[in-house]
Every structure is written in structure tokens, then in C-alpha cells.
Write a protein that binds this ligand. Structure first.
Ligand code: NAD
Length: 491
């Protein structure tokens, strides 16, 4: 067996108090999903490692939150510049450990950078309110104040973006921040902190601890941490929400998803087919915004199914670093098997598998975690494949009598992360906007991804908490409001 240092990227390090250290507990290899070969090793942070990070964060917070807000955003401008300069190298590492395409990795980094840019507006975003003559002789002011040390626990699927839904806002508001990224994709986080190390953030304001379940539990139980942001699967999100709350912490926990596309007779069907396939298959379907239940008005169902087949035919499965690849590898052999089991379940449930990508072979990458697109028609909403998150390049189509039935289908889902409607009718768009139960809705767009200056979060089993990621919501999550009442009686 090769030693960790023989691996291309060696052992991944923590970033604590402005320096690099190796976490104490032996962990796991980080594999390239396209080849299934180890490229790095990540250890898990012990209680001692987490304690060191929290102690450094608490000390840093004392000085950091007293700094003028304009000073607190200067390191973010430096970070934004470094992210721009290094985005190709970052994207390459991201593809190596995640498997998505280079274009998808660059797109994800762009969304991350947008959050850094938005957080540079904290001097305005942090303002609360002031009312003169709120009561006889009294002026009243609300002030948003940082709370101390916050942590975020993030998933494998957007390692370059999701940490940035939180980090820039947490520190710009005056807190200290600790990231625990996914143990499956820790290299991108290490690179982000390599860039942060080159900025003027004081030691201890931004820190990185790697690890798995035990490390997360240490974070959740630590008295020195005020709140936790989580993004990941629904069962874990629910556990995190409960444990953090039981330990008296603020918590926002974003979970899994099952998203719907509705296509009505009045839609531009070619456009809708292209965007539907893009939405379902981007990042190999490993997206919380992937729309994988496609509900189509029955009068155009057959025509739409044909358009979808033609669009799927154009996809190219391969190594994410190859230019023509549109669908990269899945994160791990275990996850690939889970997705394949879902396809088998769909077949057994009686759905019609009209496009079967299970036999795909990618020349030169025979050991990679590849699965070609799998498309079902005539699914029904009681089937497992229509109800459970699959997180792979798999989607299904079903007919509906019209917009009302289609909205009913999506609203019966336990999840509520996102949905898209393709239509040519303003009245249908209005019905969708008023009645569809999901946190992110799109009309004539395949993916309902909000820009950084709007909040991002789902509903129902896709979210546990009240304040979401990004923008105004996350600023409120990272601050507490004090109200001042002043009276100066006239002499
Ligand atoms: P995951 O839940 O397995 O892991 C997420 C994080 O939690 C990781 O850092 C992991 O180390 C940690 N973790 C895992 N099990 C834990 C446990 N029992 N106790 C404490 N911590 C634990 O999720 P994943 O597989 O990395 O990511 C995919 C999931 O994330 C999908 O369900 C996807 O829909 C969801 N996701 C949601 C959003 C959103 O905004 N709602 C965005 C991206 C991904």
C-alpha cells in the first residue's frame, strides 16, 4: 500500500489559527471518480483538533468584531481577486476529486465568487433600522451584532460553492468561522483556504477542520460554537437540526430534494426539452436542484418524449476534464450502485425505461464510476423513483391533464426544494407562482438557482430551520438584533 505522501496530493490539512496541521484521527482516501484511484488522504479531526480551532476562533473574534466594517470586508476583496486568478486550477482540482465537468466546476466557482461579492456589501446589508419619535420623545434603533464562532458542515456535490454560501457573510458580519467540508471532496476546501491564507484575515477568523460524523458531533456539542449551518441529505439535516437545537445553538439545515418540471401545451417544446435534460443531467444529476420528475400536459406528451430522447442522445459521458464530456463520473462506486439500484427499482415498478445508459463504457476509464443517462416514461407518483431522491443521471416523464394536476403531483412530494414550469401562458405562470410548494421556482428556466443576493433554501423535508443560506437571510442568521431606546428631554 502506498503511503499518503506518495499520493498526488498527499495528506489534506486543517487550517487552524493561521497555520496548517494534520488532523489526528486516520480517515480515508480521496479518489478520482473517473479512475477510482486515490489522489489524496484525508484524516478526521479529533476533539483536540476541534478544540484548538474553537479556542483560536474565540480569541480572534474578540478583536475582529471590534474592527470597522469597512476593514472587515477588505480581505474579501482580496479573496475575490485570488479566486478569479486561480479559478482554472481550482476547477481542475474540483473535477479531479468530484468527477463533474470542467465547465460545471467553473460555473460552480462563479456562483461562489458571487457570494463573496455580495458579502462585500455587508456595510449596507447589516443595517437594521431607526425610527425617530417611535414613542413620545423617544428615538428607537435596531443594531445587528455578530455572536461569536459559527461552523458550517457541507456536502460533497458543490465543494467550491456551498462553503461560500456561508463563510463570507459570517466573517463580514464580524464572526469567526469554521468549515467542516465533505470528507469525499476535501481538496477544493483546502485550496480555498490556501487562497484565504494569502489574504489579510487575522489568524483564527477563518478555519478549516476536516472530518466525518464524529468531528461533526464534536462541533454540535461544543459550547464555544454559537451556530451551525448544514447542507446535505435529509436524514442528516434532520439529525443536525435536532442535535444543534438540543445544544442551544442556532441552526439552519438544508436537506435533499425531489424536484419537478412541468411542461404545458403552450410551451416552446424544443427549448423546454433542452433545458429539462440539462437540469436533470448536469453534474451527473448530483444536484439538489436537479429536476428529475417531468410532468407533461398529455396533449403534447408523445411529442415531448421524442424531443427528450433526441436531446439525451446528444450527451457524452466521460472524464470531466475532456472537452466534449457533458456527463462526468458519479462520486463513488457505492453511490453509483445506489443509483443503479434505483434504476432497477423503476424497471420492477413497471416504468418504461426508454433510454438505458447502464451499459456505458468510457474508453480509457474502465474503472470510473460511470453511468449513462437513464430515462423512464409513464412513471406514476406512487413509484419509488418518483418519490425518492436518486442523485444520478436518471429521470422520468409522466402525463397530466394540465397545470392543476401537475401542480398537485409536485405538491404531494415530501420535498420542496425547487420546481420549473415551461409555459407560454402568463395565467399558468401565475397559478404556478401562487400554488407550487417549493422554495425555488423557475418559469421557462431549467434550474431555479437564485443569485447570491437572494436567499437560497427549500421547504418541507428539504429544509429544517427558518433563515436560509445567502444574502439577507444568512446575515440575520449570523447576527442578533439589539434595540436601543433613547430619550433626551428638552430642558
Ligand atoms: P451527506 O448528508 O451524506 O453529508 C453532508 C455532510 O454531513 C458531510 O460533511 C458529512 O461529513 C456530514 N455527515 C454525514 N453523515 C453524518 C452524520 N450521520 N452525522 C453528522 N454529520 C454527517 O450529504 P452528501 O452525500 O455529501 O451530499 C448530497 C446531499 O446533499 C443530497 O441529498 C443533496 O440533495 C443535498 N444537498 C442539498 C442542498 C440544498 O441546498 N438543499 C445543496 C447541495 C446538496
Amino acid at each position: 500500500m502506498s503511503s499518503h505522501t506518495d499520493l498526488q496530493h498527499g495528506t489534506v490539512n486543517n487550517y487552524i489559527n493561521g497555520g496548517w496541521t494534520t488532523p489526528k484521527t486516520d480517515g480515508q482516501n480521496v479518489n478520482n471518480p473517473a479512475t477510482n484511484t486515490p489522489i489524496a488522504h484525508v484524516n478526521y479531526s479529533s476533539e483536540t483538533d476541534v478544540n484548538q480551532a474553537v479556542t483560536a476562533a474565540q480569541a480572534a473574534f474578540e478583536e475582529w468584531h471590534q474592527r470597522p466594517v469597512e476593514e472587515r470586508i477588505q480581505p474579501l476583496f482580496e479573496f475575490k481577486q485570488l479566486l478569479e486568478e486561480h479559478q482554472d486550477d481550482l476547477a481542475e482540482i474540483l473535477v479531479e476529486e468530484h468527477g463533474k465537468t470542467f465547465g460545471e466546476a467553473k460555473g460552480e466557482l462563479r456562483r461562489g465568487i458571487e457570494n463573496v461579492e455580495t458579502a462585500c456589501g455587508i456595510p449596507t446589508l447589516m443595517q437594521a433600522g431607526h425610527v425617530e419619535n417611535a414613542a413620545p420623545g423617544i428615538d428607537e434603533t435596531a443594531v445587528r451584532k455578530p455572536l461569536g464562532v459559527f461552523a458550517a458542515v457541507t456536502p460533497f456535490n458543490f465543494p467550491g460553492m456551498i462553503p461560500l454560501w456561508f463563510l463570507p457573510y459570517a466573517v463580514a458580519t464580524g464572526n469567526a468561522f469554521i468549515l467542516k467540508p465533505s470528507e469525499q471532496t476535501p481538496l477544493t476546501a483546502e485550496y480555498l483556504f490556501d487562497l484565504l491564507d494569502q489574504t489579510s484575515f487575522p489568524d483564527g477568523v477563518v478555519q478549516l477542520v476536516h472530518g466525518s460524523v464524529d468531528t461533526v458531533n464534536t462541533i454540535l456539542e461544543h459550547d464555544g460554537i454559537e451556530g451551525v449551518s448544514f447542507v446535505g441529505s435529509t436524514p442528516v439535516a434532520k439529525t443536525i437540526y435536532e442535535k444543534a437545537a438540543a445544544n442551544g445553538k442556532r441552526v439552519q439545515a438544508q436537506g435533499g430534494a425531489k424536484n419537478h418540471v412541468i411542461v404545458t401545451e403552450s410551451a416552446n417544446l424544443e427549448f423546454a426539452a433542452e433545458k429539462t435534460v440539462g437540469s436533470a443531467l448536469a453534474c451527473s444529476g448530483e444536484r439538489c436542484l436537479a429536476n428529475d420528475v417531468v410532468v407533461v400536459e398529455e396533449s403534447v406528451y408523445e411529442e415531448f418524449v421524442d424531443l427528450i430522447e433526441a436531446e439525451v442522445e446528444r450527451q457524452v459521458v466521460g472524464n470531466g476534464l475532456d472537452d466534449d464530456t457533458t456527463i462526468g463520473a458519479l462520486i463513488s462506486p457505492e453511490h453509483e450502485q445506489r443509483v443503479r439500484n434505483h434504476v432497477e427499482t423503476g424497471v420492477q415498478e413497471g416504468a418504461d425505461l426508454i433510454y438505458d445508459g447502464r451499459d456505458i463504457e468510457v474508453e480509457g476509464y474502465e474503472d470510473g464510476n460511470f453511468l449513462g443517462p437513464c430515462v423512464f416514461r409513464d412513471i406514476t407518483d406512487d413509484m419509488v423513483i418518483a418519490r425518492e431522491e436518486i442523485f444520478g443521471p436518471v429521470f422520468g416523464l409522466m402525463p397530466a391533464s394540465g397545470i392543476n394536476e401537475a401542480i398537485d403531483v409536485m405538491n404531494r412530494s415530501e420535498f420542496g426544494n425547487a420546481a420549473s414550469l415551461f409555459t407560454g401562458s402568463g395565467a399558468e405562470a401565475k397559478q404556478f407562482r401562487h400554488n407550487a410548494e417549493a422554495g425555488n421556482l423557475a418559469v421557462n428556466a431549467g434550474t431555479a438557482a437564485p443569485m447570491a443576493f437572494f436567499h437560497f433554501g427549500g421547504q418541507k423535508d428539504s429544509f429544517f430551520g427558518d433563515l436560509h443560506a445567502q444574502a439577507e437571510d444568512v446575515v440575520r442568521f449570523y447576527t442578533d438584533e439589539t434595540v436601543y431606546i433613547e430619550r433626551w428631554p428638552d430642558e
